[in-house]
Design a protein around this ligand. Sequence first.
Ligand SMILES: [Fe+2]
Length: 351
Amino acid sequence: MELLEKVAREAEERTQVPAYPVSVEKVLKAVILSGDFWKIVDYSDEPLPLVAEILKILNREGIIAFEGSQILLTEKGAEFVKEANIQPPVSHRCKCCNGRGVVIDETLKDAFEKFVEIQKNRPPAIHCFDQGYVTPENSFARVALADDRGDLRGKKVCVLGDDDLMSIALALTGLPEKVTILEIDERLINFIKEVSDKYNLNIDARVHDLRKPLPKDVVGAYDTFFCDPPETVEAIKAFVGRGVATLKAERCAGYFGVTRRESSLDKWRKIQKVLLDMGLVITDLLHNFNEYVNWDYYEEMRGWQLTPVKEPPKEIWYKSTQFRVETVKGFKGFNEPIVGDIYNDAESSTT
Ligand SMILES: [Fe+2]
């Protein structure tokens, strides 16, 4: 369709985010499903700045209308999607595991219930550290995933940055031999230390700015790492690289999320190449595994300036794909100092 191509080209020009006719089609499909901006970003699986721009152009073209907080197809738009045979996507996600492929079963239940109580007192997410955390079920689903893949029992685990309180979730199961957490936010480290003392978890919790090289004793000392890097190619290289630098050998594993909300597939390709170049194999990619609880500082983030209608998110919209990577012969981490702003690119929206 000519219109799809024209809108994609204009949106790409304005946002500098790679766009295709399919991107426009996905946004239109999402608009058929929901009038809510955040759900449209969620369903379309395109970067937020691109979705916002596509919506504005479609509005100018008379295809969609902004009515209060709602984004709707106009009569012309409804005719267009019908003619172009654009149909809304249908989900077949497993309702039992929410598509994660793992469940929090009997063996993890006690630890999970404790975790749910503990995390109720957690410090809130703050903007200055670009924080945002997943639901408690989500943190534990990650534990279940890592245990399922054989990366926890008797293993030393390093968590780099811990918005999600993974260190507590991991230690509560009693499965890892050792859990270390490096985190810049003193509030979080104090909270983790308090919980560790109270529940006798023996978590090695340290305040550390991950832009600086790792503490010497952490390098090459772990079997498994978890991190949640910011979403630029440079940041993935630096922070996943840090994680890889904690690993002791080949065939060790790393876990982290990458979102489509702030990454086009073109950027994903570069990210995957960076991972492969580090000597990693991507063994698992689980779409929308991670679901982030809406944070309070949404009005301060770039995405809020871009939205065509100003309505706060009501439901979870920020999701990410869970990556599991494994080291093979010749793997190499990254432990150089990180300098300059590597947190922003044209596709980012939550910083
Ligand atoms: Fe399932």
